[in-house]
Design a protein around this ligand. Structure first.
Ligand code: GLU
Length: 426
């Protein structure tokens, strides 16, 4: 599970994700000279919901699960963000992830606020029926709080198109008509967007392409290391491989594979899918998830979970470009170390924003009832990712700050502007 990445005793949980987020928020707010009233309102979430979810398990017994939904900010539109199922998800993590959604949507300038949900459960130990009952009861608890104009959930760790289909159906059954815009990341046949499944990985590729251009690195001469092989890492690695990058390492939650001359990524992913492990994949060395992060490479893509790069290992990171596919893979304490090493960071709230960008397209298509071709989706995604990358780099140069700080400043400034124009209802 997610925590196996941080099981290693060398990995210390020096901050929880909420503290990492707040440290960056405070720094950016200070540099922006954010007005005290705006600061007071923007540093806290708008609403937090905690629910207890009874589920009839296959054994016939009832088990009660705990779930959350945090709606962080509505200044720019409905709350937007995924739902994660994990044994160690907690309110602090969901709160941080919800805030990151607010800043992420602002960085790519899509008209949403931020939200996030989580249910404490171990999906690997649950049957499909148990997962369906859990999802439907959780959705029914959220019914008054979510909706196309209020809060629009999406997939995140351990949830997928099927989870979204169940939520959409549960919500629709209570509404007495089909409301497909209540969630994004649905199956295409049920109002999902073409290209949504690959969108986070594709967005990652677009910003890595821009960064590579900036440093005059050509794809075949660029060695890429990817931590994670799920919807972000796996698809990202495949798209980078197809674009000609040399992907030299990739991992899943149990460990990674490495070959300095490059790995046949489609073959490795097929092997992983069919055998559920990278074990016995030929022609590679095995590395664990901590060694993988410290490999000599040009682009490092942590695309698994939070707190992977900390003050403990930041000094041993050897990439030129750090492209954060996961949310919060780097702690705030590690930022300064990476900065002093001259590593160019494409921060999570830009690097992985391709997913929510195409979620926005999905929401638009659902509300129009008119669906776009995949080429159109990908082209529009590219426009947004490339423009956002260039805006961010320009902002960092103009304000003489690193790209992480620039991303927070840019986002907070946009949310602050909208909050000021709307006025604080106090
Ligand atoms: N869970 C994804 C994220 O963290 C996607 C959220 C969405 O599409 O709303 O960005």
């Amino acid at each position: 599970m997610a925590n196996s990445m941080v099981d290693d005793p060398r990995q210390i949980r020096e901050e929880n994700p909420f503290e990492s987020m707040m440290e960056r928020f405070d720094r950016a707010a200070q540099l922006l000279n954010l007005d005290a009233d705006l600061y007071a309102v923007m540093r806290v979430p708008n609403r937090e919901l905690k629910v207890y979810i009874p589920v009839r398990m296959d054994s016939g017994r009832i088990q009660v699960f705990e779930g959350f939904r945090v709606q962080h900010n509505f200044a720019r539109g409905p709350a937007k963000g995924g739902i994660r199922y994990s044994p160690d998800v907690n309110i602090d993590e969901v709160r941080a992830l919800a805030a990151w959604m607010t800043w992420k949507c602002a960085v790519v300038d899509v008209p949403f606020g931020g939200g996030k949900g989580g249910v404490i459960c171990d999906p690997l130990q649950m049957s499909l029926g148990e997962l369906e009952r859990l999802t439907r009861r959780y959705a029914s608890e959220l019914i008054d709080f979510i909706g196309p104009e209020k809060d629009v959930p999406a997939p995140d760790m351990n949830t997928n198109e099927q989870t979204m289909a169940w939520i959409m159906d549960t919500y629709s059954m209570h509404a007495r008509h089909t409301v497909n815009a209540v969630v994004t990341g649905k199956p295409v046949a049920l109002g999902g967007s073409r290209g949504r499944r690959e969108a986070t990985g594709r967005g990652l590729l677009f910003v890595i392409n821009e960064a590579a251009k900036r440093f005059k690195m050509s794809p075949p001469a660029t060695r890429v290391v990817v931590q994670g092989s799920g919807n972000v890492g796996g698809i990202g690695a495949r798209l980078m491989h197809e674009a000609g990058y040399k992907v030299i390492a990739i991992s899943d939650m149990f460990g990674g594979i490495y070959n300095k001359d490059g790995i046949d990524i489609p073959a490795a992913l097929t092997h992983l899918q069919t055998t559920r492990s990278f074990d016995e994949f030929p022609g590679v060395e095995r590395v664990n998830n901590h060694e993988l992060l410290e490999l000599d490479c040009d682009v490092l893509v942590p695309a698994a979970t939070e707190n992977q790069i900390t003050s403990e290992n930041a000094d041993r990171i050897k990439c030129k470009i750090l492209a954060e596919g996961a949310n919060g893979p780097t702690t705030a304490a590690a930022d300064t170390i990476l900065h002093n090493k001259g590593i160019f960071v494409i921060p999570d709230i830009l690097a992985n924003a391709g997913g929510v960008t195409v979620s926005y397209f999905e929401w638009v298509q659902d509300r129009m009832g008119y669906f776009w071709k995949e080429d159109v989706v990908n082209e529009r995604l590219k426009d947004i990712m490339v423009a956002s990358f260039n805006d961010l780099v320009k902002y960092a140069d103009n304000h003489s700050v690193d790209t992480r700080t620039a991303a927070y400043m840019l986002a907070i400034d946009r949310v602050a502007y909208d909050t000021r124009m709307r006025g604080i209802y106090a």
